[in-house]
Design a protein around this ligand. Structure first.
Ligand code: SF4
Ligand code: SF4
Length: 478
């Protein structure tokens, strides 16, 4: 029977105590400031490219207009959600929920396949934290200089460096706050109105909120968010299996670790009883969550691969083969065969494909028109001078298409029905409200209420057509 690997995690008492003695221990570990060392390498290049691309997309998207309309705008007051060329309305929220479910399944699939790769490469918390660390490095200097600077008493040099760093952080946090709010209110107007105090009170509140949120999260809390606050960090391990790609230290190859004479070849080191790890600590110094990958798989690891690049650079210097720390699987580490295409992964993939397919079909099949017809409630019906019965209806027409449309309105249900208005124009992505009067010959009315059907047909597109059933009230006292 296969044994479950276990580890003794009994807290280490300080000194020896008899059972009657009280041992006082801190309930929460004291935070250790992490001075992240900058490292170059293949994975860091990949990570930085992904980070810059995502940040660029975040900051630029609200500024892009197509045909005079923002590419992305969640217009809450008007309850219209412009996403690329389509406009969605609250009644289509099912599509948004579907999209969120697809994202969740996409995340499950990625996690089963490559662990917490989302965290290391694309999560906004990591992206902004890396940006803040990058600025810290540019302003305060390398890891060693930062440690030295923090241990020094305040001086003019320290004051300007700290001041410049926090100013830069705050400016980025401000830009983040404005951009975030720019997804909900047109950003060009927002940027013009904010300094002149003409913006809405809520705009100031949310810009301030995201300014503080970004500054604290990326500047101060950093890895604490990943370790203690992020729910994904808590449950992602249940999605791992022995074939999930993880960042791992090859213990068989690396141990026994130890410092050695410079210039000792790989073979000589082996003969001297050394493994490949020279115990330089570089993998720990570059880790944004401050862990030692040599202690095994830990939930704090965000799979950023900085330790892989660090260790590869050491291996290159030593003339040893790369990959002492690498992306691998638990099975591969134990010398067993890894199965990339395994049932769980294929099941997630199949579910994901079905959901994406259904979503694309639903979006393509969606009628780019919404239409409501309600009878005027304050007045049941009217008798015209000509002796006809009339009902007034309020129509709400939403053109969900990316083109302007002229619609033809018709009504059916009684032989003598007539309309006072038959065409309605609605620009792309906009709504129009219209009151129409429907009249009928009282001789046709056999009961107090008759079902009638309004039909709205786009003049230039035969497939854009909607019907709405309502009731026509009339006089039956003849
Ligand atoms: S252990 Fe390595 S991969 Fe994991 S967070 Fe630290 S540096 Fe990144
Ligand atoms: S960077 Fe590589 S060689 Fe250096 S301590 Fe880490 S695992 Fe060992």
């Amino acid at each position: 029977m296969e044994k479950i690997p276990s580890q003794d995690v009994t807290p280490n008492p300080v000194g020896h105590h008899t059972p009657s003695e009280t041992v006082t221990q801190e309930m929460y570990a004291k935070r250790r400031h992490i001075y992240v060392r900058e490292i170059k390498g293949v994975f860091q290049k990949l990570r930085r490219s992904a980070n810059w691309a995502l940040m660029l997309a975040f900051f630029l998207l609200p500024w892009i207009n197509i045909g005079g309309r923002p590419l992305i705008l969640f217009d809450l007051p008007n309850r219209e959600f412009h996403i690329f060329t389509a406009t969605f309305y609250p009644q289509e929220f099912i599509l948004l929920s579907w999209l969120l479910i697809i994202c969740a399944f996409g995340l499950f699939f990625i996690t089963v396949f490559a662990g917490r790769v989302w965290c290391g490469y694309t999560c906004p918390q990591s992206v902004w934290t890396f940006l803040f660390i990058w600025l810290e490095h540019r302003i305060e200097g390398s890891r060693n200089r930062r440690i030295k600077l923090d241990s020094q008493p305040m001086s003019a040099d320290k004051a300007w460096r700290k001041g410049a760093k926090h100013t830069a952080w705050l400016l980025i946090a401000l830009a983040t706050g404005i951009t975030f709010v720019g997804y909900f209110t047109p950003i060009r107007d927002l940027v013009a109105e904010l300094p002149t105090l003409e913006a809405h009170g809520w705009s100031y509140f949310w810009v301030g909120f995201f300014l503080v949120f970004t500054y604290l999260n990326a500047g101060w809390l950093r890895e604490q968010v990943c370790i203690y606050m992020c729910p994904y960090a808590r449950f992602q391990s249940v999605m791992f299996d022995r074939d999930t790609l993880i960042v791992s230290y090859d213990e068989t190859r690396g141990e026994p670790r130890g410092h050695r004479k410079k210039g000792l070849s790989h073979l000589e080191a082996r003969e001297a009883g050394y493994g490949d790890c020279i115990d330089c600590d570089l993998c720990v110094q570059v880790c944004p969550t401050g862990i030692d990958i040599r202690d095994g798989l830990q939930y704090e690891c965000i799979t950023c691969a900085a330790c892989i690049d660090a260790c590869d650079s050491v291996m290159d210097k030593m003339g040893y083969p790369r990959g002492l720390v690498r992306y691998t699987t638990e099975n591969a580490l134990e010398g067993k065969k890894s199965h990339i295409l395994r049932p769980r992964l294929l099941a997630y993939f199949a579910a994901l494909l079905v959901m994406i397919g259904t979503f694309v079909w639903a979006v393509n099949d969606r009628m780019p028109l919404d239409f409501e017809a309600e009878r005027e409630r304050t007045q049941l019906y009217q008798m015209t001078r000509e002796g006809q019965i009339s009902n007034v209806f309020s129509l709400t027409i939403r053109n969900l298409d990316d083109q302007d449309h002229n619609y033809q309105l018709s009504v059916a249900g009684l032989p003598s029905l007539t309309l006072d208005s038959r065409t309605i124009s609605v620009p792309a992505g906009e709504s129009r409200f219209k009151a129409v009067t429907v009249t009928a010959n009282p001789d046709d009315l056999q009961q107090p209420s008759h079902a009638i059907v309004f039909t709205l047909q786009a003049q230039q597109a035969a497939d854009i057509r909607l019907e709405r059933e309502t009731s026509f009230l009339g006089d039956i006292r003849r």
